[in-house]
Design a protein around this ligand. Sequence first.
Ligand code: NAI
Length: 708
Amino acid sequence: MNDSVHLQNHNEIAVITIDNPPVNALSPAVIEGLLAAFAQSEADDTVNAIVLTGAGKTFIAGADIREFGKIVSGQSRGRALLDLIDRVENCRKPVIMAIHGTAFGGGLELAMAGHYRLADPGAQVGQPEVKLGLIPGAGGTQRLPRLAGVAKAVEMCAEGNPVKAEDAARLGILDGMVRGDLVAEAITFAREVAGKSIPKTRERTEKLGDASQNAAIFAAARETARKKQRNLIAPLAAIDAVEAATQLPFDEGIALERRLFNECLFSDQSKALIHVFFGEREVARVPDIPKETPTLPVNTAAVVGAGTMGSGIAMVFANAGIPVLVKETEQAALDRGLATIQKNYANSVKRGRFTQQFADERMQLITPTLSYDGFSQIDMVIEAVFEGMALKKQVFAELDRMCKPGAILASNTSTLNVDEIAASTSRPESVIGTHFFSPANVMRLLEIVRGRASSKEVVATCMQLAKKLGKVGVLVGNCRGFVGNRMFHPYIREATFLVEEGASVEAVDKALYDFGMAMGPLATGDLAGLDVGWRIRKEYRHLEKPDVRQAFAADRLCELGRYGQKTGAGWYKYDENRRPIPDPAVADLVRRWSAEAGIPHREIPSQEIVERCIYALVNEGARILEEGYALRAVDIDIIYINGYGFPAYRGGPMWYADTVGLRRVYDRICEFERQHGELWTPAPLLKKLAESNRTFASFIREPGATAA
Ligand code: NAI
């Protein structure tokens, strides 16, 4: 037919094969090829039935996501798949879908328009569009309830999670599972049904339920969506569309689905989520480190320090099947670390995330030790001892003596200079930062800190390793706080200033929670421990300019022993379940402190709270970008979404600023500078882009960019 679709005749059964590696996405060429193959098969009198299958490892993993952008920009009407689906369902010869791998999104929509669906037991089906801020737009919301029933269809379209073949067969999405040769079995099946009456999904109504049952299903689904997918429009649109399937004739349901699909597609949310989808792939690309760069094997690892981070990092390696030594200086600390690991695995088993066997196997991969015995064999060491330069240097000098040449020596430091650490070894080219986030076994983000001397092989290996460890690795440069924490500092500073100016702790947190952050900044401070920032601020106090305003409220709370959750009180009080309770004592204290400092209290609208905190992130992000500590704006976005609870549907702080318009962001920052002084001096890059009407997303540094 064309390069991506093949047609073969197997003795009166046409077999159409999609061949569009890697995942048989429904590109325009595939759709065109399928239309031609169906037309030819239908016209061919020697063909009695048609089998559709996918070459390679999958049936159809979904629509071609780049096509969505073309619809938005007016280059495509986006109706081609709908036309194909009509053509398949109205085909006068039975169409059998032979599904292996995945039938996701448009792939499942096409499969449901077929007359029968057979699948390999390892196959999965699903409507994941909602994860891109969309709903199924080619009949999925209308056909799925007709096959799977209303409750399951609502769940699949609103939550987007895949369903295994076995469950899909039980639900009626599949007609059966085939062990053995899928296509051969589908051909045999096709011979059996050829010439018989053809069942069309669109004509089926027996699973569409009755009005009163359905009302309860939709009400419950809406409540779940509002809670679990806070502020998102697509899940609610998906529920509306499935509801239409139960209330309207099929064609009217399709028309409504189309309208809702377009509303979602043209929304900022979907554009942001698609940006994030591509961004997670983009961050793996480093301009001066080509794909062919050789990488080093990481088959064994060691972690030095079994505290909060070290124990989590050991689990990350074990979970990826990599044996890992865990070294401590004292038996008691080692026992504590191992007990934490054991407790975490036990919890995962209890919650059904891991089987007991999986957890036992992972524990077997973790070997506790008090010495450097065995380190000479290890491919990669991650240091996670206390944060202090002298100690880190001592540990790295020891590692330099103990480890084989070529072993990667990584530090999990969150603030220290990786080049200075590297200088304590005879092999700075093997030294790099791997900044995990807490809890390391849960958080997806991994900042990979490139030192001045880190070799390309070492960087490439760590980027690749991130994926193997189930993390999103983002390459950052070696500046204080790297990217994430460097930006977090002004964000927290503004949150504290706002409280000192009269906003309540709850109002600050609520404004940012409502904006979409997973947690308010002050509650986050309590969770991480206010003493962490306090110690850092004390250490760097000598760098502060005397005439520049400093936030003081968090430090004063620390002086009173209020470190946050760990001491039962910080910005909030905490009950025995660590639930935050607003504390009037904090309000009184802050009022007194502000009065003493001559800061008048005033009413602060939530919009100002959001702008002050989020634009503080954006302004620092712009500096980082200009200075080359992040490769691209999207790298910063991916860091904030995966490490700091920034809402993915806003695309990350830099993307969000682009959607607000950099001119508006810049003007507001200039206003803050007039009110609050030089802490708000706009980043030169922000000024430049705003004045030339450009975006962060369009900013590309000169060739040779390195995340220096
Ligand atoms: P921690 O205090 O929980 O653990 C440090 C562990 O290192 C202790 O168990 C200590 O006994 C051990 N240790 C000290 N000297 C040692 C030596 N010479 N050999 C072996 N073990 C030694 O500290 P945490 O929180 O795990 O931090 C570790 C590193 O990770 C620090 O550099 C920190 O800045 C960084 N980090 C911490 C994050 C957090 O949220 N806690 C997040 C990201 C990075």
